[in-house]
Ligand binder design. Sequence first.
Ligand SMILES: *Cc1c(COP(=O)(O)O)cnc(C)c1O
Length: 423
Amino acid sequence: MHKSKIEDESEVITDGKPEVWEVEPSRAARNCRNLIREIVDNLNLEPNPEKPVIALSIGDPTVYGNLKAAEETVQAVRDALERAIHNGYANSSGTSEARQAVAEYLSRDGVQFQQEDVILCSGCSSSLEHCIAALADGSKGQNILVPRPSFPLYWTLAEHIGVQTRYYNLIPENNWEVDLGHLESQIDHNTAAILINNPSNPCGSNYTENHLRSLLEIAYRHRLPVIADEIYENLVFPDQKFVSMASLDAYVPILICGGLAKRFLVPGWRLGWIAVHDPVGAFEKIRKALNALNQRTIGSNTLVQGALPAILKNTPQSAFDDLSEFLCSNAIVAFKKLQEARGLTPFMPQGAMYMLVEIHMDRFPMFNSGLEFTRKMMEEESVFCLPGECFTIPGFMRIVLTVPMMEEACLRIIEFCNRYYTK
Ligand SMILES: *Cc1c(COP(=O)(O)O)cnc(C)c1O
């Protein structure tokens, strides 16, 4: 390649394509890792060409088209678009109408939220990002406590800013309740917050009021604020009652994270919220911090904000009931069927959209890990479940309950297990 002296710059920059020119990503970018992608991409998945793929892996309820947003939800956006007044920027925390609507939606069971307590974000992921960044300081070596198993996003968001995640155990046989002793043992002088996800992804658990109170007692005793990921609020099976952590009258400051993604079946609309519940006045500076963090991206989509009051008021209870009933019936099918599968133990969920299934790896000695097990199942049965490694719980797999062909999926899983089960 010809290399000239820099005499005429215009000549130099058009002087042939350099052979080596790689731009290095920043440290912050290198620290940003997605556990599910890293694991799934490395599996080199190849489905069986003779069988149509059933993806029990994707936590997006809209993928198969069987679960659709309610007509009222969609109409609200059409109307907002037509009004043509929701095209501009809003206050970074959201318009006052939209914040007021969320405050009213969340004010129940004795809790009162005002519009100033609500910050609208770009999806609940963004709500969680802001809460972790507002409460925990990577430069001080702080940590947050997160459940094991849990949604890997918490780890990604924390790791990226140098905040450590410390895991507290959940007990499968106890409806995935928190091992309280273990939770308490994980707290140290660098702990900045406890994150609680209820109802849970990936467990599908829905905690009782009593259990939530026990968790708040620990938070109170150690003066730790709580981040409550309640993206599955009220998305519980028909015989269950959802209890928000904010409704428990404890003197613990809590950031409630939620949004439209799951219960309203519109994850792509990217509308999340943080509701600040602060019965002791501990969060004055944190409110400002959350606002400042949201200002970096000038807040969330204003078209959906324009529709939000109508979405929250008009979406009928029957739409939520239909969704809960569908998820519950799929959970019952999967639970009953998979009990027939040799070497598996399914754990019956109570809400959200997932079920965890234990794989008794000692019965499948030909597979070195749950990764190999799920990869082979995809190769032979074209059924893919995320291995527990994605949720820091090896020896399990997560199945998504939103799909229309649950029974067929289970039959294939059973066949696969029967084929490889070893006494
Ligand atoms: C889906 C999900 C979220 C993210 O929701 P978005 O609004 O789509 O960003 C957060 N937490 C849990 C546990 C989830 O399953």
